[in-house]
Design a protein around this ligand. Structure first.
Ligand code: S3P
Length: 749
């Protein structure tokens, strides 16, 4: 066993936080000796009886002698006095930390005692954890697990001290964040101190009314939720409000200003602006909730929050379904609606997280947007020059489309901006869009390790049009350049190696902007304007594809997907499935909102056959390959895919990740640089199990998760798919529809 982290630990104060940390130290064997000093003899006796400390002292001087770690776990206001008394007795290389909820005043107290030369081992800290009860008995070994601990190292703090404290808190299973002292106090003033102050204030306001009895008697859940924290300890909050006075007063000023704005909107009955404000706040709350819930996704380690389980057994697969709106079209409807003149109405909008990230970004840039509600969104366009600087970095979640298209738009704005994303997006190449934008005169940096996000843009550049030959078939890069071109001088033209989805071109025209398509060359003139319009978003063929494949591999299935977008730049999956012999018909073709749509009916009447997938269909089916690989595994004979290297830079490396999963499920396959070879296990006329089951890692990729779900229709063993939370980025109703069709998927959060 390795030596414990600390020789002798001295707690000064042993309440909830101190005694919880002592419990962690014992459980994790972090110290050879733990002692404490508190004013209450009973606490010391109890702590000894609980086995938390070896020695207890009423005088902190006795406790700190010879200690290599001293933890101040007492009310912040007592800090200076305690430091004065223990200072002469501290060991030379002692690590000195605290757990107080304000930091500036702890540092001030230390400076008053030590002078400007603070000890190298002094590193203030703040575990953000608490519980209903206080005292040595209330401590819990898991109090800090999955909670944040903020350390605020000072310029004088030594790395070894910070390192050891990080190890200590990590042993408590906390997430350690380092921040500077002022930032800590400012953040806490807004996120904790101001809400407490407001809760106390509201309860006080109501309590002072003459009819207070009635008010409290009839108060409902809203009041209860809002005022819960006003039940906290007045002494503690009194101390915190003084201790963090400057930052709290700033937060209160900000609150008063915002409140005055809200008051005025109500007074003036400014309906549109009020809806905008409330909608923005509501969306921000959802967005941040999601960020918090998906926090692990943003980290390097592989923590996932949801998994699917599918049991073996014969299944039928039938019904008529409407899958949600097209992701590509939904993104663009918000972007173009935002910079148009007038009000744009959108129906069929995809309420998935990717499109919502775009929506939130535009709200953050001052655009008033109502909805989405049942797929309806109303965007009050601000015109070509009306976007405002966002207050902070724009969070794009999992969405490459948002980041690449917005790169183009933001490069042309008057303000600076930064875009970030989750663990998957953070690995995706952004130089492919940054490079042509730089040629247009943009100041744009990909600040990640390998040309990856965050993307940082300096505004106020007058862009100039370019002719760009796209090195890869990418609708995102094409669109990003064309969007920058809206603000550029002269003509911006993109030539693509093969046609890719043309939703940007179509929708710009629908907004009244002239876009020319001559063969593979798409061009527009900068300096025009967009005029608001109505957008009807078709169902997403990329989501329909999972059900198409599910039906194609299941005996006797009969599935109709209604009103699916069949824009010819998206129908590769239909063509490829037909070439594989699927019983697939496209019915009831019509035009809706400028895009062709149709009902697609697929029946499981014959075994698919392996093919060499046509390379000219690759860009037209680019998102459907994970699902098509499942079809190929069920086909008779070999399927070969070439010319699809782009699959390696999608939400995951879709060639490798699919190959790994297929192999786990008993399918013989060989990934290649630009494709894959899959040995289909199907036999004409046989409909038995193809897959063996197994545990699949989806690598934060929605389409990997949904594709392997379809394998559940032909499996002899249980399939577990780990990390399925990203399914909500593009297809939030996926499991509900799969269940309806006859493929039960158990979802565990
Ligand atoms: C998209 C383009 C494609 C596609 C993505 C959506 C778009 O990406 O894979 O899901 O909306 O423009 P690439 O441009 O990287 O091929």
């Amino acid at each position: 066993m390795s030596a414990p982290l600390f020789e002798k630990v001295a707690f000064i104060g042993l309440g909830l936080i101190g005694s919880s940390l002592a419990r962690v130290m014992i459980a994790e064997n972090l110290a050879n000796q733990i002692v404490a000093s508190t004013r209450s003899q009973k606490t010391l006796d109890d702590a000894k009886a609980l086995g938390l400390i070896q020695e207890g002292y009423s005088d902190p001087i006795e406790a700190v002698k010879g200690a290599d770690l001293v933890i101040l776990a007492l009310p912040v206001r007592a800090t200076q006095k305690v430091l004065e008394s223990i200072q002469p007795y501290l060991s030379e290389n002692v690590i000195l930390t605290d757990v107080g909820s304000t930091k500036g005043n702890v540092v001030d107290a230390a400076k008053a005692v030590f002078g400007e030369h603070l000890p190298a081992g002094f590193v203030p800290g703040h575990p953000i954890a608490g519980a209903e009860h206080t005292g040595v008995h209330a401590g819990k070994v898991d109090l800090f697990a999955n909670h944040k601990v903020i350390l605020t190292p000072l310029p004088s703090s030594a790395d070894w001290a910070v390192e050891k404290l990080i190890q200590l808190w990590q042993a408590a299973k906390a997430e350690v964040i380092c921040m500077d002292v002022d930032k800590h106090d400012e953040v806490l003033a807004h996120t904790s101190h101001l809400p407490h102050l407001m809760a106390f204030n509201l309860v006080e306001q109501l309590a002072n009314r003459e009819d207070n009895l009635d008010i409290f008697r009839y108060a409902a859940g809203g009041f209860r939720d809002f005022s819960r924290i006003a039940a906290s300890d007045p002494q503690m909050w009194h101390d915190i409000f003084f201790a963090n006075k400057k930052a709290i007063l700033n937060a209160v000023d900000g609150f008063e200003k915002q409140l005055a704005t809200l008051r005025k909107l109500i007074e003036d009955e400014n309906s549109q602006a009020l809806m905008g404000l409330l909608g923005h706040a509501q969306a921000a709350r959802q967005h941040f909730n999601h960020m918090l819930a998906n926090k692990p996704l943003m980290e390097k380690n592989k923590v996932t929050t949801q998994q699917f389980t599918i049991l073996p057994g014969q299944k039928k697969f039938q019904g008529k379904f409407t899958v949600p709106g097209d992701k590509s079209v939904s993104h663009r409807s918000i972007m173009f609606g935002a910079i148009a003149e007038g009000t744009t109405h959108v129906t069929g909008f995809l309420e998935g997280e990717d499109a919502l990230a775009t929506l939130q970004a535009f709200r953050d840039m001052g655009v008033s947007i109502e909805g989405p509600k049942n797929g309806e969104v109303t965007i009050h366009g601000v015109g070509m020059h009306g976007l405002k600087a966002p207050a902070s970095a724009l969070y794009m979640g999992n969405s490459g489309t948002s980041m690449r298209l917005l790169s183009g738009m933001l490069a042309a704005q008057k303000f600076d901006s930064v875009m970030t994303g989750d663990a998957s997006l953070t690995k995706r190449p952004m130089e492919r869009i940054a490079k042509p934008l730089r040629e247009m005169g943009a100041l744009i940096q990909t600040t990640g390790e390998r040309g990856t996000p965050p993307v940082s843009i300096s505004g106020s550049q007058q862009l100039k049009g370019i002719q760009y030959d796209l090195p890869m078939a990418s609708a995102q890069v094409k669109s990003g350049i064309l969007l920058a071109g809206l603000w550029a001088e002269g003509e911006t033209a993109v030539t693509e190696p093969e046609p890719t989805r043309d939703h940007s071109e179509r929708m710009l025209r629908a907004f009244g902007y002239d876009v020319k398509t001559e063969g593979n060359r798409i061009s527009l003139q900068g300096g025009g304007k967009l005029v608001a319009t109505e957008i009807q978003v078709p169902s997403d063929i990329s989501s329909a594809a999972f059900f198409m494949v599910g039906a194609a591999i299941t005996e006797g299935s009969d599935v109709t997907l209604e009103a699916v977008g069949i824009n010819p730049t998206r129908t590769g999956v239909i063509e490829i499935l037909k070439q594989m012999g699927a019983d697939l018909t496209v019915e009831n073709e019509r035009i809706a909102g400028g895009e062709p749509i149709a009902d697609i009916r697929i029946r499981g009447s014959r075994t698919l056959k392996g093919i060499h997938m046509p390379e000219d269909q690759v860009p037209l089916a680019i998102d459907e390959f994970p699902a098509l690989f499942i079809a190929a595994a069920c086909a008779e004979g070999q399927t070969i895919l070439t010319g699809a290297a782009e699959l390696r830079v999608k939400e995951s490396d879709r060639i490798q990740v699919m190959a790994n999963g297929l192999k786990i499920m008993g399918i013989d396959c060989t990934p290649t640089d630009d494709g894959i070879i899959i040995e289909g296990k199907g036999k004409a006329g046989e409909w038995g199990a193809i897959f063996t089951g197994g545990e699949i890692e989806s690598h934060h990729d929605h389409r990997i998760a949904m594709s392997f779900s379809m394998a559940g229709l032909r499996t002899s063993g249980e399939i577990k798919i780990v990390g399925t939370e990203t399914v909500a980025t593009s297809f939030p109703t996926f499991t509900a529809l799969a269940n309806q069709a006859g493929l039960p998927i158990q979802v565990a959060e």
